[in-house]
Design a protein around this ligand. Sequence first.
Ligand code: G
Ligand code: G
Ligand code: MN
Ligand code: NA
Length: 253
Amino acid sequence: LSLLGELDEAVATGGLHVHYQPKLDLGARRIRSAEALIRWRHPELGALSPDAFVPLAERHDRILPLTRFVLDTALRDSAEWRRRGHDMSVAVNVSPLLVVSPDFFEAVAQIVAGPHFVRGSLIFEVTESAVLEDLESAIQALHAFRSMGIAISMDDYGTGQSTLAYLQQLPLDELKIDRRFVQHADKDRNDAVLVQSTIDMAHKLGLKVVAEGVEDKGCFDFLKSAGCDAVQGYFTGKPMSSEMLIREMTSST
Ligand code: G
Ligand code: G
Ligand code: MN
Ligand code: NA
């Protein structure tokens, strides 16, 4: 069987699962959302990173069923978090290919009508490339998702070529600064300037700012003093199972 065939089998038979990486809100000082990250435990190859199969799924028209699985799982798990008293939203990565896809839109409409959806508790993380391909259609799609009660986050911010004009036009709620700028921001003067000015600009546009790739206390402290709204990274929590996340939240409250 080819890797693609095995991926189809995994999608169909439950060979995929979803981990969650917390985003720690610095104002509320608690986990307020978590990013869903797909995992594949391959029978022979072991744990495969999404980098090893998400691009494959994108190339061969499998990204919709894969994302549908992540969405279904993430909404079911986040309903369980709420049931246990943890008021948290869940973020799902949406491939550039899906942002303007009518089939994806149909799948989202179904999910929104389903039992586990609550307005304001689902975030779509989209990348700059998703938006730049066809700006008008992307703006329209993002507006439609927002009117359904889904928040929009710009992922990997700073790595693409989005200009200030795009930021102003796009219906966004959150900006995630890419880890390459964040990681050494407490030690590298240039990174610090970029991160600080991105935070200030985003706030003036009414956006929340998440810094990703926060790996140590020095970086964490810098972001706090820079006025960042939330942090995500190995320092505050690695990707983990839903059960682990529930245990973490229960022990920290
Ligand atoms: O942390 P991790 O190795 O899981 O993530 C690697 C990359 O895979 C990240 O860029 C992340 O955005 C992407 N990724 C993880 N899960 C999904 C998913 O469900 N859909 C898409 N499109 N990308 C994902
Ligand atoms: O969607 P995105 O491209 O941001 O995917 C997140 C990726 O970053 C995942 O592969 C995740 O495992 C990884 N990641 C999460 N936190 C950290 C961190 O603190 N440092 C590094 N180097 N990688 C991280
Ligand atoms: Mn992401
Ligand atoms: Na990212």
